[in-house]
Ligand binder design. Structure first.
Ligand SMILES: Cc1cc2nc3c(=O)[nH]c(=O)nc-3n(C[C@H](O)[C@H](O)[C@H](O)COP(=O)(O)OP(=O)(O)OC[C@H]3O[C@@H](n4cnc5c(N)ncnc54)[C@H](O)[C@@H]3O)c2cc1C
Length: 421
């Protein structure tokens, strides 16, 4: 592991932020002047580049360039903090230190924002599915789709059955977004290819429960199913996947021959978070109090996907970027108050989440949204979706590049899919 800037890791810093994702980065952008001095704030992340994951489904189908959704982490600190590129393997709450390959890192206040990890398929399934979690996963899927289309439309011996069938397991927001994009991609390729493939492309979205995106209002399920059906996606509900092989998957009662199989079912807390004391939800996320700290450790904040914040009216909030980006700036303000000596409830008002709602993309032309009391679908929701994503991006560079990718996709064609035969 390499330290990007020299830092006295033995000493650590007054505030240590673990994770430069949505929560950690939004905190650093609001760091009060008192924490911008040398030795005050240390950021640790195991990666040197951060990926804007809400857009990787568009990378997978060649609509957005991979560089547009990755940005270096070090500039986040730029004069305000030190950055340590390293992986934290343990937390000693009693000694107030983090374990890293560079040695222990001490803290007075710890901000834990390491995000989630993907819930992997069971051991009988994991060899037969591609994960969909990182930029590399998106690029792997792009390669698999491109290769399948090329094989299906090339002269020569006929390709195996199911070459153009894509099975996506998990009807959450990610599965829905990937299914819609892949269906739109096949439509795009079909219109541009001179040779017809020997079989019709199929996109099958397989979900174990009775509806899609079951943690959202049923409106999302209704609109998504209608739009997906219009795009030609087959949705199989009540079909928990228990069997798969190198050429297909059992979807409900049918064996579905499919060359490309993608797993998008679920997220869970990383081991570091699971090991924390106190209550955890079923996914291992740590419950936090109204100041976003651990019940017996007021010096440890747990933000973003790693913590469960319970909204007084709505209940436990789901792991979303919208929650994470509100928590970071709030913690920056809370730290400022604490460093000024505020102790009472009046001096330290609790965190209150503004429920901004949610928006899910349904291919290049459509989306579904329930945002601040407004229900939208179709192109208006897609316009809202794009504005929200650009707003959440960390840098102007990423906004400009992504906006340019969207503007130019009709003229330049899709990355990784041309020229078609
Ligand atoms: C494919 C996909 C699509 C999504 N789409 C949406 C969407 O459309 N809208 C939405 O609201 N949400 C979406 N989400 C969820 C959203 O991305 C998360 O809620 C958000 O990233 C959580 O932010 P965070 O700061 O908690 O963690 P993250 O953004 O994941 O950041 C965690 C950081 O911690 C670092 N880290 C982790 N462990 C360690 C360690 N041990 N040592 C050092 N560094 C470590 C990681 O490298 C990372 O940089 C999506 C997620 C995925 C995977």
């Amino acid at each position: 592991m390499r330290m990007t800037r020299s830092v006295s890791v033995r000493r650590g810093a007054r505030v240590v932020v673990l994770g430069a994702g949505f929560a950690g980065a939004s905190l650093l952008r609001h760091l009060p002047p008192v924490l911008r001095r040398p030795g005050e704030t240390l950021l640790i992340d195991r990666r040197e580049e951060y990926t804007f994951v809400p857009l990787i489904h568009e990378v997978a189908v060649g609509r957005v360039h991979p560089r547009s959704v990755s940005s270096p982490i070090a500039p986040l600190c730029a004069g305000a903090c030190e950055f340590l590129h390293s992986e934290v393997s343990g937390i000693d709450l009693a000694q107030k230190t983090l374990e890293t390959p560079e040695g222990p890192v001490g803290y007075e206040y710890l901000v834990l924002s390491p995000g989630s990890v993907e819930a992997e398929p069971g051991p009988l399934l994991q060899d037969y599915f591609q994960p969909f979690w990182t930029l590399d996963d998106a690029l792997r899927l792009r390669g698999a789709l491109s290769d399948a289309w090329r094989r299906a439309t090339s002269p020569g011996p006929p390709p195996p059955p199911g070459i153009l069938t894509v099975a996506i397991v998990g009807g959450g927001a990610t599965g829905v977004e990937v299914a819609a994009e892949v269906a739109a991609l096949f439509d795009y390729l079909g219109k541009r290819s001179h040779r017809r493939p020997p079989e019709e492309p199929r996109v099958v979205l397989i979900e174990g429960t009775h509806r899609l995106m079951d943690w959202l209002d049923p409106y999302f399920d209704r609109v998504a199913r209608k739009t997906l059906s219009g795009l030609g996606v087959e949705v199989r509900l009540n079909s928990p996947v228990e069997k798969a092989s190198a050429d297909g998957v059992l979807a409900g009662k049918d064996w579905l021959k499919s060359a490309t199989r993608v797993w998008t079912a679920g997220v869970e807390a990383p081991p570091l978070v699971r090991a924390l004391p106190g209550e955890h939800d079923a996914a291992g996320r740590a419950h936090v109090g109204e100041h976003l700290t651990l019940p017996d450790h007021p010096e440890v904040y747990v933000l973003g996907d790693a913590g469960v914040y319970t909204h007084p009216r709505i209940g436990p909030m789901p792991p979303t970027a919208s929650v994470a980006v509100q928590q970071g700036p709030w913690v920056a303000r809370d730290l400022k108050r604490r460093l000024r000596g505020a102790r009472s409830k009046r001096g330290r008002p609790p965190f209150r989440l503004f429920d901004r709602g949610y928006v899910v993309s349904l291919g290049p032309e459509s989306a579904v949204a329930d945002a601040v009391g407004l229900r939208l679908r179709g192109p208006a929701a897609q316009a809202l979706y794009r504005s929200v994503l650009l707003y959440y991006m960390k840098s102007r560079r990423d906004r400009i590049l992504t906006g340019a990718d969207w503007a130019m996709e009709r003229t330049l064609g899709r990355l990784g899919f041309g020229p078609v035969s």
